[in-house]
Design a binder for this molecule. Structure first.
Ligand code: B12
Ligand code: SF4
Length: 469
């Protein structure tokens, strides 16, 4: 557990002449003793490899801590590192918890315990945003979406002791008002070595594609915002200085990094000068141009995560994933491989259009195209998405612990649930068996992607359909 007394704010909030911000400033200056916040990243209960081993630094909670720390005292707990959430919250005024669906039940248990002890409890993150009615039963206030856009109002109410049940911004603030995240909140943990060495960074937010299974369009609409380039690059330089080397690995947390081509290409040019390495989520509609992949490779990109989702054109249509054209898949892969960029390819199963042949088709595609790091999941309707509303009558359970994309959610139309899982397990074992890894990875640089394959080989060898119920 790491206590950080934030006497020196990291960098000031960007105040405007908005009267509510004036009031907030005045209240903050008047406070006699700084209120104490406990910020918690709960670990999920899932049995899958989601929250175990090396985990990424929680940029979401770090950004919350950075803002809260400008006027309050912050204690930061990341349960995924083995840090314990206390039973006794008496040392704190506010207990604030981040939650996705897969750790919502854990977040709610912590919220209930803190409420019983009379604390102000704040829940934020994707799941409380999507199901704020449910979440509000376990807290004092729910924050809808990003904290930055409602911070003034939220902090003013905490200072006055007049909390509202939900904080939802009327409009999203430009990302230029966001601060540099203060990583010391996470890095000072005695267990920080469990964090991945890839530093999370954020350049853009939002995604205009609008897939029906994704929460981003619901929360952020078709908005696409980005931080000033200098801001992003300064953050990279800061980490280079902190770590004492040029070749730092960054992992972009952006929903989809490529939607402003000019911005993206300039970012790439600048990263090439910095000498960093990076990976990101990207949609494939931008990668069929060889020059983009060429510049990405030159700028230090070692892996791009791409949602191929399905090789079935009918399924792609039902997902509203307009950025995917089956006819482009091979070209995109070729462009990236030519420039030394590995591919983390996401594939989902369990759709109504899936047939037994879908598994073989996917296997052939992966092996032929030598996809370095295929990730298979079972399609999961997340609350708040159009897909959830559509599938709700057929969903087998609403046990949030199993919303990790590795559980069987509903019976598809073209095969039984049992056959779906048998095929799903078989595919994973086939793709990650030693011979297949050698075939897909032959000649690829010896780096962490090999290690990921090794870990997947061990993991998939133990899999059986029962894991997914
Ligand atoms: C990058 C990313 C990853 C990365 C890094 C995850 C990490 N450790 O942070 C990786 C690849 C590891 C990953 C893995 C997974 N991911 Co992911 N991921 C994302 C993505 C694209 C961005 C998350 C992010 O960091 N954004 C940047 C930060 C700064 O923004 P933010 O998270 O929105 O946080 C802000 C607000 O939410 C708010 N806030 C957040 N917490 C709190 C708390 C309080 C108290 C307050 C006041 C405010 C507040 O303020 C924050 C700062 O602005 C999101 C999509 C999205 N936009 O949320 C999906 C998303 C979170 N992932 C998702 C899924 C399903 C997964 C996996 C289960 C996939 C898998 N099968 O492995 C795993 C689960 C990992 C885990 N243990 O949670 C889903 C979750 C859906 C849901 N309802 O829970 C999302 C929403 C995508 C989707 N399909 O809709 N993911
Ligand atoms: S392309 Fe990715 S981020 Fe964009 S809406 Fe679809 S799943 Fe969400």
């Amino acid at each position: 557990m790491q206590i950080v007394q934030s006497e020196t704010p990291v960098s000031p909030v960007n105040f405007t002449s908005d009267p509510s911000e004036e009031l907030f400033r005045q209240l903050a200056a008047e406070q006699r003793s700084r209120k104490k916040w406990l910020l918690i990243q709960p670990v999920s209960n899932t049995s899958m490899m989601v929250d175990s081993g090396t985990v990424s630094m929680p940029l979401n909670l770090i950004m919350v801590a950075t803002l809260v720390g400008t006027i309050f005292d912050v204690t930061f707990i990341d349960e995924r590192l083995g840090e314990r959430v206390p039973d006794d919250f008496s040392g704190f005024d506010v207990v604030a918890i981040t939650s996705r669906t897969l750790n919502a039940s854990k977040a709610y248990r912590i919220g209930d315990a803190a409420l019983k002890q009379g604390k102000t409890v704040i829940l934020g993150g994707v799941h409380p945003t999507m199901l704020h009615g449910e979440a509000s039963e376990h807290c004092t206030s729910v924050v809808y979406g990003e904290i930055e856009s409602i911070w003034t109002e939220l902090a003013t109410d905490v200072l006055r002791g007049t909390m509202q049940s939900i904080y939802r911004a009327k409009e999203l603030k430009p990302m230029s008002t966001m601060q540099h995240p203060d990583f010391s909140y996470a890095l000072q943990s005695k267990n920080a070595k469990k964090y991945s060495s890839r530093i999370p960074i954020l350049a853009t937010k939002g995604c205009p594609v609008g897939c029906n299974f994704c929460t981003t369009p619901t929360i952020y609409g078709k908005n696409y915002r980005y931080r000033e380039l200098d801001f992003v690059l300064d953050e990279m330089r800061y980490h280079q200085d902190r770590i004492g080397k040029k070749n730092v690995n960054f992992s972009f947390m952006d929903d989809n990094i490529s939607f402003r081509p000019k911005y993206f290409m300039t970012l790439l040019e600048e990263m090439a000068k910095l000498g960093v390495h990076w990976n990101a989520n990207i949609s494939m509609n931008f990668l069929d141009k060889p020059e983009v992949a060429e510049l990405a490779g030159r700028s230090g990109c070692d892996l791009l995560s791409i949602g191929f989702e399905s090789l079935n054109p009918e399924t792609l249509k039902t997902l509203h994933k307009g950025s995917n054209r089956l006819s482009n898949y091979q070209q995109v892969v070729g462009n990236l491989h030519k420039n030394g960029i590995a591919i983390q390819g996401y594939f989902m199963f369990g759709f109504d259009n899936d047939t037994e042949e879908s598994f073989q088709l996917t296997y052939d595609f992966i092996m032929k195209n030598k996809i370095e790091f295929p990730v298979f999941s079972l399609v999961t309707p997340f609350p708040g998405t159009p897909y959830f509303d559509e599938m709700k009558p057929r969903i087998r359970h609403f046990d949030w612990d199993k919303y990790d994309t590795y559980h069987y959610m509903f019976e598809p139309t073209n095969m039984t649930g049992g056959r779906l899982l048998e095929n799903f397990v078989k595919l994973q074992k086939e793709v990650y068996k030693g011979r297949s890894i050698m075939q897909r990875m032959a000649g690829k640089p010896l780096n962490w992607v090999w290690l990921a394959n090794y870990a997947m080989n061990r993991f998939t060898s133990k899999l059986s359909p029962e894991y997914y119920y």
